[in-house]
Design a binder for this molecule. Sequence first.
Ligand SMILES: NC(=O)c1ccc[n+]([C@@H]2O[C@H](COP(=O)([O-])OP(=O)(O)OC[C@H]3O[C@@H](n4cnc5c(N)ncnc54)[C@H](OP(=O)(O)O)[C@@H]3O)[C@@H](O)[C@H]2O)c1
Length: 280
Amino acid sequence: MPALADQVILVTGASSGIGEATARRLAHGGARLVLTARRADRLQSIARELDPGGQRILVVAADITLATDRERLINEALAHFGRIDGLVNNAGYGQRGPLERVAVDAIRRNFEVNVFSLIALTQLVIPHLRSQGRGRIINIGSVAGRIARPLSSVYDSTKHALEALTDGLRGELLPFGIDVVMIRPGYIASEFAEAANAASADALDDSGPYASYVEAYRKGYSRKRRFARPPDAIAHLVERALTAARPSTHYSGPAHARVFLFLRWLLPARWFDRFVRLKR
Ligand SMILES: NC(=O)c1ccc[n+]([C@@H]2O[C@H](COP(=O)([O-])OP(=O)(O)OC[C@H]3O[C@@H](n4cnc5c(N)ncnc54)[C@H](OP(=O)(O)O)[C@@H]3O)[C@@H](O)[C@H]2O)c1
């Protein structure tokens, strides 16, 4: 792949957290960027700060779940820069709650954002990367793509789906010079927890049989979030994946993420269940 300064990179979910940190890091490396998310004001102020001249960053406010928005996003990116070299599929959120209590529509919505919209956007970008004979697709998965936890089976399933998608697509696109890379973050300090709580309010509002689990989940989650590291811990992995001559197939970070993945690989399933179980 060429140096960052010669690349046009599209970053989804760029209005906060990992996507914003990725935009900052790639902009400092000289890349030209297409930043997208729903909150236009956030995107505009990030772009103004990183690119006061307004030449190197294009902002396209879009809801990734809408086909018309996805098409407009790609059309505007190509009209502005004439090419796309990299796609960072980062937009996503976490649906929580006991499976029995999560409305099927809420489950569909989480798959819509984390999986189907990502697939549909990737389908729009592939022909351009293919015609250029090179490109990179970076999928922001999660440790939750390898580990599944009580009260998080919906979100964890979306990230498991992304693992298979990434592995399959990697072989499919290799002959065209396109690399597909999975990045598996652990706990990262972003707006993720707030977004997850907002999406999951109904499912977590339980005074019935799951009440004590929900309480244990809330306490455990805030305890675990103390491990959280700044989003740049992941942005720097994205930069590596975009610039390495031969990128790894998977990157994970921060260090605690690699420990979780190692324990998952090492321990029999029932032992690992104890590691992630919620005490009532
Ligand atoms: N934080 C963690 O601990 C953690 C751990 C593992 C994996 N991850 C993954 O990392 C990715 C980024 O999360 P984050 O931690 O940076 O959380 P975040 O701060 O909440 O960022 C999520 C981003 O996704 C965008 N988004 C959500 N729904 C969208 C939609 N329908 N259309 C367009 N954009 C949408 C949001 O923008 P708007 O609201 O402006 O649309 C926002 O920019 C996610 O895929 C998440 O699953 C996070």
